[in-house]
Design a protein around this ligand. Structure first.
Ligand code: G3H
Ligand code: ZN
Length: 304
């Protein structure tokens, strides 16, 4: 029976040891299988998450949870898996807590800060009673609106939200959802460092697709422990699927190239490949490596 990890220890370890764990958005069954496969084949922990829009597309939050858990079982997934609601509003966060998601993001960035804080506190209370992890958002992640990204998160807000008990904190630091626009100014490392110096919790980089590798790595070295990826896999899926059609493979009737299982395969495999590359960028260690280190630590303790 599938077990969902809340990820608290996973992300604390990541922040402490300067690596990140990817948070990969699912959009359907193929996405779910592709993500879990990459995690299992690399033996790395994984956070799989669903946006409110993708959940609606898939038939609701319960179906998403059922698909993730049943797929974990059918694929014999043995690495830790966190199931997170991505950019949830107040109602969807409460629904996912009741359903038993192991992690929820309450995104109150559009609310006045006081209201964002008050609602975040309510979600923290409900979630923590059930051992569920909570991510909040401060500042604003840009939405294709310009080269500057959204509003920068403030250090004061970071302190306030961490004092309220959030487990992970998403900060606007010039990052943008979707494809980055021409002339994007890059991540604001000064603000990221100020926030990381002020709060010890794992920090979250939204809009992780399309940021140059050196900036991703620098952000991780400063305190980013969770990197959110959605667009990257959509582009990988699109590119591989386009090649399939451009090669007219769908018209190959003798080999049933029109069969949806064949049509969807190149794109699905491209997601797994893209995720493996991303795991390398993030430096996510395999759980086997982690276990070896833990064993080493224990034996040192025994010697003392
Ligand atoms: O919450 C999801 C991510 O922030 C997705 O960002 O559009 O860069 O993949 P992305
Ligand atoms: Zn996001």
């Amino acid at each position: 029976m599938a077990y969902l990890d809340n990820g608290n220890q996973i992300f604390k370890d990541a922040r402490k040891n300067h690596y990140a764990v990817g948070a990969y958005n699912t959009n359907n069954l193929e996405w779910t299988r592709a993500i879990l496969r990459a995690a299992e084949e690399t033996r790395t922990p994984v956070l799989i998450q669903v946006s409110t829009g993708a959940a609606k597309y898939m038939g609701g939050y319960k179906i998403v949870k059922d698909i993730v858990e049943d797929t974990m079982d059918s694929m014999n997934i043995s690495v830790p898996v966190v199931l997170n609601l991505d950019h949830g509003d107040f109602e969807s966060a409460k629904e996912c807590i009741a359903l038993g998601y192991s992690s929820v993001m309450f995104d109150g960035h559009a609310l006045p800060t006081d209201e964002n804080l008050a609602k975040t506190k309510e979600i923290i209370k409900l979630a923590h009673e059930r051992g569920i992890s909570v991510e909040a958002e401060i500042g604003k992640i840009g939405e294709n609106q310009g080269a500057d990204g959204g509003e920068l998160a403030s250090v004061e807000d970071a302190k306030t939200f961490v004092a309220a008990g959030v487990d992970k904190l998403a900060c606007g630091i010039g990052n943008i959802h979707g494809v980055y626009p021409e002339g994007w100014k890059g991540l604001n490392f000064d603000r990221l460092k100020e926030i990381a110096d002020a709060v010890p919790v794992p920090l979250v980089l939204h809009g992780g697709s399309g940021i140059p590798e050196d900036q991703v790595k620098k952000a991780i070295s400063l305190g980013i422990s969770k990197v959110n990826i959605n667009t990257e896999f959509q582009l990988a899926f699109q590119g591989a699927t386009r090649k399939y059609f451009e090669a007219h493979k769908d018209e190959d009737k003798a080999n049933k190239g029109y069969d949806p299982r064949k049509l969807l395969l190149p794109g699905t495999e491209a997601i797994t490949d893209a995720m493996k590359e991303m795991i390398g960028w993030l430096g996510t260690p395999s759980i086997d490596e982690e276990l070896k280190n833990a064993a080493f630590d224990r034996s040192s303790l025994n010697e003392e």
